[in-house]
Design a protein around this ligand. Structure first.
Ligand code: NOJ
Ligand code: CA
Length: 575
């Protein structure tokens, strides 16, 4: 069958199509990759101290190869006092002893290479730990010194400088400034920290900061990593003069304060940094990548992935679209349109270590918890069964989209958030900085269940895990699910295998208008129709061979409420 006749046969079955995106023929493994986020402290604890470690990651890699992902992205494992779970780095070129050694890292890299998995590491360039040697040197040096110029120190405002230099707020609550005691023992300048007070922001107007991070990039590239996920990649450069800002601390828009005007995000000079980094990565060949964690709106996100900048950017608008079919359609259309215009692939993501897991978010009808706020025992509880069913539907829908996809460890098991976490065990700085008003992100960071019969469900055989695993994780353990054909895990396996076989990551996207209603959304990628039903009523499916469906196939030719199906519309190979 010719390509043209496949297209017309597809349209005949799917109804009118609106083409948004053509198949992707550009080179680059990342353009269609499935990248699995490992959160090291919660993945697997091999030495039994209750915290996941690099040896545990090495041990778990065969399971990820078996899942058929292309790459893993490791959240930070560098030396760190762990005030923000490793996003407070005190030495960028060493492994924290709680996670192991550089030798363990090299063993892990060798195992990843053996299994054909690429490894991406996290780079945290906006801020470091207050225990970093450079910040300690800045504290010991006087105002105006080169040591202080590595960071953003300013005199305070008001009488005797008692007030912060400006009104900026920290993401984690409270002011974004902390006053230091000078070398003479007197109250001194203030330093900026967009996050916790233990995370001073670097001064990216200083060339010495650029030189330091170029060294860090080369250190890990030389060790064989395939690239970097760049933490708060929109925040490095601040507007000259640090003008006041009354808007949201996370750069989102609020009444009278559009996010694109925030003086601490998306400043034009930021792009020069990434152009310089791109040149460094390109020295190592075409396979090393940069992925921006940049919370900016969609038209602007494309600026981070212009041909001479980063390769990918996280698509948070997609994550935030939830299960709203109108928002999903518009985010998908806008993403593919604006990213195609700069020749970049889109990425898709539903969960990570900063948001309530999608199996819990989707367990609410109406609005659930706010991002980063978590769910506690006193809050309205999600409907677990509904959440897991819709999570499967949402994942099957996402993995049918063309582009790259990011998975967060445990979503392949359909894990919900941990809710019964004793207050004394909560570690996210958000909890302490808001006096417990916002629970923070610990719930999505609960360790993984590997094996139902083992102590701590196989996460580790020694001390209590750093956060408790809920009792409900037992039936969700990886070994239980591996042995259950209809499990969430086996749905992910079948989905990733089919996605690869059908080449969907490289595919096209056309909206199947007949199936885009107020409560369902359908698109055609190549010859596959992906259809998600969010109506309360079952939906009669179009003709075609069922390749995969996210719920038990008992509803026959009807798509249940909260279910996604992949249908093959046309059989036969194209010439
Ligand atoms: C984004 C990271 O994903 C989050 O976990 C961290 O707290 C902040 N950046 C600060 O580094
Ligand atoms: Ca350990």
């Amino acid at each position: 069958m010719s390509v043209d006749s496949v297209i017309s046969a597809t349209a005949a079955l799917a109804g009118p199509l609106t083409l948004i995106h053509d198949a992707d023929k550009a080179p680059g493994w990342w353009r269609s990759a499935v990248i699995y986020q490992v959160y090291p402290r919660s993945f697997r604890d091999l030495n039994g101290d209750g915290i996941g470690d690099i040896a545990g990651i090495t041990e778990g890699l065969p399971h990820l190869a078996d899942l058929d992902v292309d790459a893993v992205w490791l959240s930070p494992f560098y030396r760190s006092p762990q005030r923000d779970a490793g996003y407070d780095v005190s030495d960028y070129c060493d492994v924290d002893p709680i996670f192991g050694t550089l030798g363990d890292f090299d063993i892990m890299m060798a195992e990843a290479n053996r299994l054909g998995l690429r490894v991406i590491v996290d780079l945290v360039p906006n801020h470091c730990s207050d225990q970093h040697a450079a910040f300690q040197a800045a504290l010991a040096a006087p105002a105006g010194s080169p040591e202080r110029d590595m960071f953003i120190f300013r005199d305070g405002s008001g009488p005797e400088g008692h007030e912060p230099p400006n009104n900026w707020q920290s993401h984690f609550g409270g002011p974004a400034w902390t006053r230091v005691i000078g070398p003479d023992g007197q109250p001194d300048q203030w330093y900026l920290h967009l996050f916790d007070s233990s995370q001073p922001d670097f001064n990216w107007d200083n060339p010495a900061v650029h030189a330091e991070f170029e060294r860090v990039l080369r250190f890990w590239l030389d060790r064989g990593v395939s690239g970097f996920r760049v933490d708060v990649a929109h925040a490095l450069v601040k507007a000259p003069g640090l003008p006041a800002w009354g808007g949201r601390a996370d750069g989102g828009s609020s009444d009278g304060f559009p996010g694109h005007e925030a003086p601490m995000f998306g400043q034009p000079a930021i792009h020069d940094i990434y152009r310089a980094w791109r040149l460094i990565l390109d020295e190592y060949g075409p396979d090393r990548i940069l992925c921006a964690e940049a919370s900016v709106d969609l038209p602007r996100l494309a600026h981070w992935v212009r041909p001479d900048e980063m390769h990918q950017a996280f698509n948070f608008p997609y994550l935030h679209a939830g299960l709203d079919v109108y928002r999903l359609r518009s985010v998908i259309t806008d993403s593919l349109t604006v990213l195609d215009a700069v020749g970049a692939p889109s990425t898709w993501v539903l969960s990570n270590h900063d948001v309530v897991r999608h199996a819990s978010r989707f367990g609410y009808n109406g609005s659930g918890p706010r991002d980063g706020d978590g769910i506690g025992p006193a809050d309205q509880q999600p409907d677990t069964e509904l959440g897991r069913r819709r999570a499967a539907a949402a994942s099957l829908f996402m993995l049918g989209l063309p582009g790259a996809a990011y998975l967060y460890q445990g979503e392949e098991l359909g894990l919900p958030d941990g809710i019964d976490i004793p207050e004394g065990m909560r570690q996210d700085p958000t909890f302490a900085r808001t006096g417990g008003e916002r629970l923070g992100r610990d719930g999505c960071r609960v360790p993984l269940p590997w094996s139902a019969a083992e102590p701590h469900l196989g996460f580790g055989s020694g001390q209590q895990p750093w956060l408790p695993l809920p009792a409900s994780f037992k039936e969700l353990a990886r070994d239980v699910q591996a042995a259950t054909p209809s499990s969430h895990l086996n749905l992910y396996r079948r989905t990733l295998a089919a996605r690869r076989e059908l080449g969907l990551g490289r595919g096209s996207l056309a909206w199947a208008e007949e199936w885009c209603t107020g409560s369902s959304l359908g698109f055609v990628n190549g010859t596959t129709l992906v259809l998600m039903n969010l109506n309360h009523e079952p939906l009669e499916m179009p003709a075609g061979d069922v390749l995969l469906r996210s719920a038990d196939p008992e509803s026959g030719h009807f798509l249940a409420s909260g279910e996604t199906v992949w249908l093959q519309l046309v059989r036969g190979d194209t010439e």
